[in-house]
Design a protein around this ligand. Structure first.
Ligand code: ACM
Ligand code: ZN
Length: 572
């Protein structure tokens, strides 16, 4: 007993003698910050991680097995220690345990307790002298717990002493997304896997995959093979500012086969990330028009766009073949992606072709769409799209309605950018608010679900530092710094009542890639801004404190170094 006391005193001494270098210690000040972290320095209780420490879990459960394996990898990566996967409860020091939720007090029921989405992701992590215990109701909660333990680990095996703690945690929002535009520039499946790993590290659970654009079609549609083969290739790409029209004259292409998409879905699901595919329509469709010029109002020809911006040529809203085409594409999207949400784009669809097109105008007449363009709908910078309730905007809404019905027949809901408000929202539409928060506020007031992704807080294609010279060239009209992102409050309490706020599903960061052609650049844009965004997505407002966040960031950046991801070394 005495010897044990001496030993522990020695360890405490050892621990405190190195505590100046916080980066290497066990440390519970992680990102995103858990809901509750109870430490007690007066309890001189700690657990020492060692070579061969056991990780115990239910080996009959495939998900628990995978999570235990992740934890083993992450411990090795952090400390160099090799832990043992074991079913042996008695000797194992790290335990992953699924527990049943308790029935509310006073209610005895044989029925399983229904959990909220947040409770499904909730977990506890307890460190005592006996070891580390991770508990959750569902495997996803255990995965979040394992990520938390990973972020707490020391970086050296000799400092593997973990002081007493009790962490209780669950996310604030159920939708915690990141969008990657793989259409302006193509990113390999290998990189997308790395991107998903980084998302999981930050507690994100929705990967919005932007798959089609004027500049390239990146999703294989088996019924329309030319779409990807021909629509994915542009002859050249503009260099520098788009308006200068100076090109590199190098053909650029790439698309994902359905098999590759399924592999991404599988990899993401193992990390508890849902993949939300986007087919952006009826605007941003010039790559499809290149292959099927009959689907445009003018008949073409149309090149796959070699420069950036909002293109005038869009799918013809009056041609019945447009809907046939869209149903074929969305049908195959539903076959490949099990996501409950399918993104249909809907942004930046100029209506000048529709205003002049006999087919579009005939359809407007047939549907009896009246002109209420004086009725302005929420929107800021509309960049070529009308924001009033014009007949053309209503025609777009009609197309959305058809696609909504189609997706509903496959059990899915539609997400659209906030321009879909203009012609009138379809019944079940979820609005992704990008031109500020106004569209999201308007949609929530109409009792529609909303994902907040306002450009000035969430567009991480923009620079993160004031000094443009310090960072790679990007879209440069405004700065989206870490502190700016951090300051975002998605429920917009000054405009939404508590009940209306319930329609806000969550928040998303968007990485457009007109100026981002390489994986390292994409990661530089993403990090550490995703750390900042992760606290908007995960933490309650009263927990948030940017100064405190800054003190916690260097430790996470050490982890970025360890896993070999690029990040911007400064924050503002
Ligand atoms: C968008 O940024 N056009 C959604
Ligand atoms: Zn037309």
């Amino acid at each position: 007993m005495k010897r044990l006391f001496l030993f522990s005193t020695l360890l405490v001494f050892l621990f405190s003698s190195v505590s100046a270098d916080e980066l290497y210690e066990v440390n519970y000040n992680i990102i995103p910050l858990p809901k509750e972290v109870k430490t007690d320095p007066s309890k001189k209780v700690f657990f020492m991680l060692k070579e061969g420490t056991g990780i115990c879990y239910d080996q009959s459960n495939a998900e628990c097995t995978r999570i235990a394996q992740f934890l083993k990898e992450w411990t090795k990566e952090a400390t160099g220690l090799t832990l043992q996967l074991t079913p042996d409860d008695k000797n194992a020091m790290i335990q992953l345990r699924l527990v049943s939720p308790a029935a509310p007090k006073g209610k005895k029921s044989k029925k399983p307790v229904a959990l909220t989405e947040q409770q499904k992701e909730s977990y506890t992590m307890k460190v005592t002298e006996k070891g580390v215990e991770l508990t959750a109701y569902e495997p996803v909660g255990l995965f979040r717990a394992a990520q938390t333990l990973r972020k707490c680990l020391p970086e050296r095996p000799d400092l593997g002493m973990m002081p007493y703690v009790e962490i209780t945690d669950q996310p604030r929002f159920t939708y915690r997304g990141v969008m990657l535009d793989c259409a302006r520039h193509f990113f390999s499946v290998e990189f997308i896997k790395q991107f998903l790993d980084v998302m999981a590290l930050h507690g994100c659970n929705q990967f919005h995959w932007h798959l089609t654009e004027d500049q390239g079609w990146r999703f294989e549609v088996k019924a329309l093979p030319d779409l990807a083969v021909k629509g994915s290739v542009r002859e050249k790409t503009v260099i520098g500012p788009s308006r200068m029209r100076i090109y590199d004259n190098i053909p650029y292409g790439g698309y994902y086969t359905q098999e590759e998409c399924r592999e991404v879905v599988r990899y993401a699901a193992e990390r508890y990330i849902n993949v939300v595919p986007e087919i952006d329509m009826p605007g941003h469709m010039q790559s499809a028009l290149h292959v099927f010029p009959n689907l445009g109002c003018t008949g073409g020809p149309y090149p796959v766009a070699p420069h950036w911006g909002v293109m005038r040529d869009v799918l013809c809203g009056g041609n019945p073949e447009t809907l046939t085409f869209l149903k074929t594409v969305f049908g195959e999207i539903c076959d490949v992606f099990p996501s409950p949400y399918i993104h249909i784009g809907g942004d930046e669809c100029p209506k000048e072709r529709w205003q002049k097109c006999p087919k579009c105008q005939a359809k407007i007449k047939e549907l009896g769409l009246t002109d209420e363009s004086n009725v302005k709908v929420e929107g800021g910078d509309t960049r070529g799209s009308q924001d009033g309730r014009s007949p053309e905007n209503k025609l777009q809404s009609y197309i959305n309605h058809e696609i909504e019905q189609f997706l509903a027949s496959r059990g899915r809901s539609l997400i659209g950018w906030d321009e879909i408000l203009a012609g009138g929202l379809t019944e079940d539409a979820i609005v992704m608010s990008w031109r500020g928060t106004k569209g999201g506020v308007a949609a929530a007031k109409q009792k529609h679900r909303v994902i907040m992704s306002p450009n000035v807080y969430a567009y991480i294609d923009h620079p993160q530092l004031k000094d443009y010279g310090k960072q790679p060239r990007t879209t440069d009209s405004y700065i989206v710094s870490c502190s700016k992102i951090y300051s975002f409050e998605p429920l917009v309490p000054e405009e939404l009542s508590g009940e209306e706020g319930d329609y806000i599903l969550g928040v998303q960061a968007n990485l457009w890639t007109e100026q981002v052609a390489y994986p390292e650049h994409a990661l530089y844009q993403l990090l550490p801004r995703l750390a900042s965004m992760s606290e908007v997505q995960w933490c309650n407002p009263e927990q948030k404190d940017f100064e405190n966040f800054k003190t916690r960031l260097p430790r996470l950046e050490k982890l970025y170094d360890r896993i070999g991801v690029v990040y911007c070394p400064e924050i503002e």
